[in-house]
Design a protein around this ligand. Structure first.
Ligand code: HEM
Length: 172
């Protein structure tokens, strides 16, 4: 029952978050058609409202409900790591989208058509990839492509050359 409720919230929030990220570049692109300062301010206020009051809270709810689902469903499979890598890409797009709002509504602001097409295509591909991974839950054997990654102590060995300067600095 808890899992069903959480999944309902998760999927509803994801639908809003994904749709918001996919359609925001289209809205940014409309900025080029704006002629008067009054219209510019109205559109700026509308886009900020959409980003701050609708899309960002949906992202928080999606991530929060997803995190709760990890514990309820015991999702500790390799496909889930692949999903989270794609979710990371969505978060990067979300943050960049917020930074675009700060720039595109300046008086000299523009949002080129190629960028609108590129961001829409990339975001759609990432969301589709997540849905494919989550629906298919493919069996992925990490040992098949990196055999010793999960042996105890291996992560420390891999990171040691990069962390050595900091460890040395922190030693008494
Ligand atoms: C940090 C973000 C996220 C976390 C921690 C998370 C976590 C989870 C977990 C633990 C489940 C249950 C998996 C299971 O059945 O064992 C789940 C289900 C699901 N997630 Fe996410 N998720 C996140 C973001 C997303 C995003 C961005 C999407 C889509 C764009 C997504 C789509 C789905 C779907 C469709 C399900 C239902 C899968 C099913 O019942 O078969 N999730 N999520």
């Amino acid at each position: 029952m808890i899992a069903t409720g959480l999944k309902f919230i998760h999927i509803a929030a994801i639908a809003i978050w994904s749709a918001g990220l996919i359609c925001l570049p289209f809205v940014y692109q409309q900025r080029g058609d704006i002629k008067t300062e009054n219209d510019l301010h109205r559109m700026h206020a509308m886009v900020r409202f959409f980003y701050v009051v609708i899309v960002s809270p949906a992202a928080f709810i999606a991530i929060g409900s997803g995190t709760a689902l990890i514990f309820v469903q015991q999702t500790f499979d390799a496909w889930f790591s692949v999903k989270l890598a794609f979710v990371g890409a969505m978060v990067v797009i979300h943050v960049i989208s917020g930074l675009v709002i700060l720039k595109v509504f300046e008086v000299s602001g523009r949002y080129p058509g190629w960028r609108y097409v590129a961001v829409t295509v990339i975001t759609t591909l990432i969301v589709t990839a997540i849905l494919v991974v989550v629906s298919g839950k493919p069996e992925i054997d990490p040992h098949a492509f990196w055999a010793d990654l999960f042996t105890p102590g291996r992560l420390g060995e891999l990171l040691q050359p990069h962390l050595e300067p900091f460890i040395f600095w922190a030693r008494p």
